[in-house]
Design a protein around this ligand. Sequence first.
Ligand code: ATP
Ligand code: MG
Length: 286
Amino acid sequence: MDNILRIAVQKSGRLSDESLKLIKECGIKFSNGTGKLKSVATNFPLEFLFLRDDDIPGYVQDGIADIGIVGANEAEEKDKAVDWTQKLGFSKCRLSLAIDKNEPYSGLGDFQGKRLATSYPKILGDFLAANNVEADIHEISGSVEIAPSIGLAYGICDIVSSGSTLMSNGLKEVEVIFRSEAVLIANKQLSDEKRTILKRLLFRIDAVQAARSSKYILLNAPNEAIDKIIDILPGMRSPTVLPLAQENWSSIHSVINEDDFWGVIENLREAGAEGILVVPIEKMIV
Ligand code: ATP
Ligand code: MG
């Protein structure tokens, strides 16, 4: 069926909630009762398949699904022929090498000839080869963190976010080998019709993402400070300046990036801004 795009989403796990939230924020309505494996959106040509994340890259390559949302770690590890269409900014984590916290560590050379347990043999193998380290990669599918303490391996390569799992297993993180976040992958042979639907979806995702990283800012300032304040505000085009009832004062409105946020606020106050309001933006079309 060319008039509907099929998206594969993780059925239940660390990607599921954020994946569905993003699609909902794109204004797409659907039902996803527990245990459901398929669903169709009611107001957009999108059909959902709810799957294990391990299976998503292969299904997208083979065209069972047209697009899918997976962790970059999973997409890279599975190494399927798919397009990496868009980074999605959630489920951020890293793949790291870790060893017993009491072992000394002096550098990657320490892994030479050692045995390493991981669920990511391809990513780890590529990393070690690129760094001229030869190690014995032992693939296990879960509970990788206990491998050193039971004598299965010298070190591990696994997903880390806060590091607390490593710590509770007596391990220390010594090298980050891959940084991951959720990505949208797509089949390489989409029909023109499906590509058109994908473009519409990506346009909406862009608007949602731009809004997430931006804030709308309103402030009051004496007229003599306006030029200085406009220089500080990066803005989408140029800020809106409206006169206040109080003479020689104006209200200035603009959009700022979340990352620059605190620095900009400090500079604005120094320049004479008062009554600064910062509000979230729901959608942003640039
Ligand atoms: P499935 O049953 O679908 O195979 P899973 O157990 O393999 O699920 P999850 O633990 O749900 O996978 O993780 C899915 C993805 O979420 C990972 O591949 C990774 O990209 C990301 N992820 C994993 N752990 C974290 C974390 N602690 N913080 C943020 N993102 C994470
Ligand atoms: Mg999995």
